[in-house]
Design a protein around this ligand. Structure first.
Ligand code: ADP
Ligand code: MG
Ligand code: ZN
Length: 482
């Protein structure tokens, strides 16, 4: 029955911005301080205190707007969103209402059949509230360090059609924020939060169904699960002759279900009105162009370039560009290759995805903290692609390079580890090995051809694993049959 329906999903993402100070005061904007130590009369909402707009906050918002192909409004204002809650001392949140700073953009996600555009309705600036800690035995305690932390809210049109598309969109948004270096993207710390508006309708219907808004999902996986759950729940209601009610629902991560939080009847009336204590934001063309010229290459563009320029497949390009510092590391390693070709780029990509990433997870560090000279990887790739060392030896050199800090080229020279590709030398050893094993030779000649492996093994052993295995097996074959 699911096939009769399509899902219609719109996402609202809140991102805390990495400005040095808060949105409207000079309190430090840093996660994890002792409760209520990063506050002042402005963010505590003391009567008579006045907000002052943080310019960096406006720049970061414009940058995200440009990164999501939005139009940037020349003149926008702030509004007050009024409601009462213990973690909102002012009794209102400063936000933007009907004239958000960025609007009418789109984000592209990759699908089998090509790129799909998810339209971005708007990006607006607002301040975060304080945080109520309900998980204590004593009571609910309020920490106002978060009050006044700068946020942007990124709102899509209902263009997302599945949990998978939502996941891809969110990954794109998160990576863009990180590439721009304007948000940590850390969902556990609440630096990135997502609400999902979900409805279903019959295929081909010309009117959207009634939506539910789901909150409280603290990972992209949970967003996916919540969408799956909600879509099934709504289809079931409709199939049973009922109708979906518009409401806010909570994701219950322990039970993997959504639960009703408040219905539309109880929905807030926020009494929005223009914020009288702040002037509007003016964005000149010049300012916008300057910011545009400083935008870095964005995640999807980088991924596509990794595919075309380095000849990587989609999977490899995706893994490498999923983390901007790994992408940088890969490009650095490629740039110091002696011979640059797609085979060697692929070798570097393999090294990063296997041994380097394994080391990172063993030590629980990122690639910058791992502090591994990219020249090690590129020399190993050059050496093995030149046939100078075997795979086995390359792995050994890698381990030695990490512990000694020496470069692979030097290790190979010092230890005489060069793979033997000198056929005359290998041939001498082949002849010797065959001559000293007459019984095995007899067996081979009597038809037990699998004894060839024995001779190859003996030769490799004689050369301490340094002989090129392909050359050895060719020569063994030649001499056994002569
Ligand atoms: P609100 O003011 O209640 O937050 P908005 O119109 O701003 O409502 O929409 C919020 C989000 O809900 C947007 O992402 C939008 O795309 C999405 N949305 C709107 N209508 C639907 C619908 N019928 N089904 C799914 N999502 C929807
Ligand atoms: Mg909303
Ligand atoms: Zn303050």
């Amino acid at each position: 029955m699911r096939d009769k329906y399509v899902a219609v999903i719109g996402l609202e993402v809140h991102a805390q911005l990495l400005t040095k100070t808060k949105a409207f005061c000079s309190c430090i904007n840093e996660y994890g301080g002792l409760p209520n130590t990063q506050t002042c009369p402005v963010c505590l909402g003391m009567p008579g205190s006045l907000p002052v707009l943080n310019k960096m906050l406006v720049e970061y918002s414009i940058m995200m707007g440009l990164a999501t192909n939005c139009k940037i409004r020349k003149h926008s204002r702030f509004s007050r969103k009024n409601y009462f809650y213990q973690d909102l001392p002012k009794g209102y949140q400063i936000t933007q209402y009907d004239d958000p700073i960025c609007y009418d953009g789109y984000v592209e996600i990759e699908k089998e059949e090509g790129l799909k555009r998810i339209r971005v309705n708007r990006i607006h600036i607002e301040e975060d509230t304080g945080k109520s800690n309900h998980d204590l035995d004593i009571d609910t305690l309020v920490d106002l360090n978060r009050a006044g932390v700068p946020l942007i809210e990124i709102v899509t049109e209902p263009d997302i059609a599945s949990a998978e598309e939502a996941y891809k969109y969110l990954t794109q948004i998160k990576n863009s924020l990180i590439y721009l270096n304007i948000c940590s993207g850390n969902m556990e710390e609440g630096a990135l939060r997502c609400d999902a508006n979900i409805s279903v309708m019959l295929k081909g219907a010309d009117k959207y169904g009634t939506r539910a808004e789901v909150k409280n999902m603290n990972s992209f996986r949970n967003v996916e699960k919540a969408i799956e759950y909600e879509v099934n729940r709504q289809i079931e209601i409709i199939e049973n002759g009922g109708s979906v009610v518009q409401e806010t629902r909570m994701w219950d991560g322990a039970k993997n279900i959504t639960k009703s939080m408040r219905s539309k009847e109880m929905a807030h009336d926020y009494r929005y009105f223009p914020e009288p204590d702040l002037l509007g934001i003016e964005v000149s063309d010049e300012w916008k162009e300057t910011l545009k010229s400083k935008l870095p290459e964005l995640p999807l563009a980088k991924k596509i370039r990794f595919e075309t320029h380095y000849g990587l497949n989609k999977r490899d390009a995706g893994i490498l560009t999923d983390d901007i510092s790994i992408a940088k590391y890969f490009e650095l390693a490629c740039s110091v290759l002696i011979i640059k070709n797609e085979r060697r780029y692929k070798l570097i990509s393999n090294w990063i995805q296997s041994d380097v990433m394994r080391l990172m997870s063993e030590k629980s560090v990122n690639i910058v903290e791992l502090n591994l000279n990219p020249t090690i990887i590129s020399q190993l790739s050059d050496l093995s692609d030149d046939g100078v060392i075997s795979n086995k030896i390359a792995k050994e050199i890698f381990i030695e390079a990490i512990s000694s800090g020496k470069l692979p080229n030097d290790i190979v020279n010092e230890k005489g580890l060069k793979q033997l590709s000198d056929t005359t030398l290998i041939e001498e050893i082949v002849v010797k090995v065959i001559a000293s094993n007459p019984e095995t030779l007899e067996k081979y000649k009597s038809g037990k051809t699998n004894f060839m492996g024995f001779f190859v093994g003996q030769v490799l052993k004689e050369t301490k694993g340094q002989a090129n295995p392909q050359i050895v097996s060719d020569l063994v074959k030649k001499h056994l049959e002569s």
